[in-house]
Design a binder for this molecule. Structure first.
Ligand SMILES: Cc1cc2nc3c(=O)[nH]c(=O)nc-3n(C[C@H](O)[C@H](O)[C@H](O)COP(=O)(O)OP(=O)(O)OC[C@H]3O[C@@H](n4cnc5c(N)ncnc54)[C@H](O)[C@@H]3O)c2cc1C
Length: 376
């Protein structure tokens, strides 16, 4: 058996660095005079069919992508993606795959069946690895299932005051790889789609660097279109500062289903199996283990940096004509195939996953007022 103390002290020497560059919220004037006709949302508390609270796995220095030798095993870490795990899953999965490649092992264990574990497992399969996913829970009982599901690679990905400057480069590389990969998932049963995204505010907005608000540490030009500021003649809202861009979104239930089905179709195995302590990893038959446990990595690897940023969502019955994303002061809407999700909060350090009715009421109030003031 491996020595726990050796395991733990090695685990404390965490990997990667991070950055200080701040996000800019580039918004340019609209290049057209097109009017944006925006259908109204049917908003009432009795249309809310589900409320969830998810815990974003946040690390101030950024996600941990690193290799370490623990006893007879090689552990490749790929966890701690904050509010950007959906977006960065392919990019950091590719970095984890590079680390696996350097071990020479061909039979790989991936711990975790969230979006990060599944993307990493699929990327390993693409190179011919024999992969088994071990997981405590399956979707929909994972954090990835209670996310919003938009392209937001910079959201709560690190605290730029803490992250090392090198992290910016790592983030950029992961962002570009993910973006390219998503372009090949568009059109497959709408698991990934382009949608119109609106920001509607009474005053001019900077990118929200505050972790509670969205914590966008970085901005990368040239992937999705920049925001365009719309004139009052181009939108139906009362507020003065309205911007629009196209953005990608992910239909989470069908996306995760697609990932799991493809993984199994290509010979992958999924085993429900909880890692309760570090030594449990030693009992696995695979020598190389990829840690995609999200927040679950905290107690196993004593990662003091890993902390939750909770986010509550309330789901409305779908309305087929609503197919946009909108953010305003105090609430946001994202229309997915499975429902229209209202949300917008982030509580740093909160472990409580019980939905609070008052947050849902606030989202509904804010958005009802916005819809009431809209020109029809
Ligand atoms: C409200 C909210 C909104 C979000 N919106 C977005 C967004 O719009 N865009 C975006 O890119 N990201 C978003 N995120 C962030 C994103 O959801 C996370 O970064 C991502 O889900 C992390 O994925 P993961 O696979 O690392 O973790 P998880 O989904 O938590 O998966 C971890 C896996 O590890 C398993 N596991 C844990 N512990 C153990 C153990 N001890 N033994 C065995 N298995 C274990 C779990 O069962 C699970 O299968 C949002 C998150 C929240 C909460």
């Amino acid at each position: 058996m491996m020595n726990r103390r050796h395991f733990i002290s090695a685990a404390a020497l965490t990997g990667m660095g991070a950055a200080s560059a701040m996000a800019s919220c580039a918004t340019k004037p609209s290049t057209t005079t097109t009017y944006h006709s925006i259908p109204k949302l049917k908003l009432s508390l009795d249309r809310i069919v589900k409320e969830t609270v998810g815990l974003r796995p946040f690390r101030a220095s950024g996600p941990r992508i690193a290799k370490e030798e623990l006893g007879s095993k090689t552990i490749v870490h790929n966890y701690g993606h904050g509010g950007s795990g959906w977006s960065l899953s392919w990019g950091t999965g590719n970095m984890a795959r590079e680390l696996v490649l350097s071990t020479g092992e061909r039979k790989i264990a991936v711990i975790g069946c969230g979006t990060v574990g599944l993307a990493t497992a699929r990327l390993l399969q693409e190179k011919g690895y024999e992969v088994t996913i071990y997981t405590k829970d399956l979707p929909p009982n994972v954090t990835s299932s209670v996310a919003t599901g938009t392209w937001s690679p910079a959201s709560r990905v690190c605290d730029p005051k803490v992250a090392k400057p090198e992290f910016k480069q790592v983030w950029e590389e992961a962002t570009r790889f993910s973006f390219r990969t998503f372009q090949f998932l568009l059109g497959i049963n709408d698991i990934a789609m382009w949608v119109d995204e609106y920001n509607v505010f009474p005053e001019r907005q900077l990118a929200p660097t505050d972790l509670a608000q969205g914590g966008e540490a970085f901005h990368l030009s040239g992937l999705i279109p920049e925001r365009q500021e719309l004139s009052a003649k181009q939108h139906p809202f009362k507020d003065k500062y309205v911007s629009w861009r196209s953005n990608m979104m992910f239909n989470i239930p069908s996306y995760l289903h697609h990932q799991m089905s493809t993984f199994v179709m290509l010979g992958g195995k999924i085993k429900v199996h909880e890692i309760k302590k570090l030594e449990d990893l030693d009992a696995l038959s695979e020598k190389c283990i990829v840690n995609c446990m999200g927040l679950g990595a905290k107690p196993i690897f004593n990662d003091e940096e890993l902390t939750p940023i909770s986010g509550q969502l309330a789901c409305l019955i779908p309305q087929p004509e609503i197919n946009y994303k909108l953010t305003t002061k105090g609430a946001s809407i994202i229309a997915r195939k499975d429902g229209i999700y209202l949300g917008g909060n982030g509580l740093v350090g909160n472990w409580d996953t019980t939905p609070k009715r008052e947050y849902t009421e606030k989202f509904v109030d804010v958005l009802q007022q916005l819809m009431k003031e809209m020109k029809s």
